[in-house]
Write a protein that binds this ligand. Sequence first.
Ligand code: SF4
Length: 87
Amino acid sequence: MSTPAWMEHAACATREARGLPWTTDTIETPTVLVELMQETCAGCPVRLACAAYARTATGGWWAGVDRAPEPADLLDLLDVMPLDGAA
Ligand code: SF4
């Protein structure tokens, strides 16, 4: 699979931004680094192409958004499995 041409212009590929944790779960990433990635994406000239490319991504930071799935809400799980055993 070849690299899309627009990636040559990605702001995250610059020397200054390459070291940011683009593929680390946001929950494990210090807020200051999340903000730096958001700022980088906000000024990226290929953000729209990136967003389209990553619309089905299930991880990593793409186009200013963490694509990792939301963690399960325990209260929602209780709706599926009531404590009294009723279905
Ligand atoms: S929008 Fe963000 S993640 Fe996408 S190419 Fe630009 S800097 Fe990289």
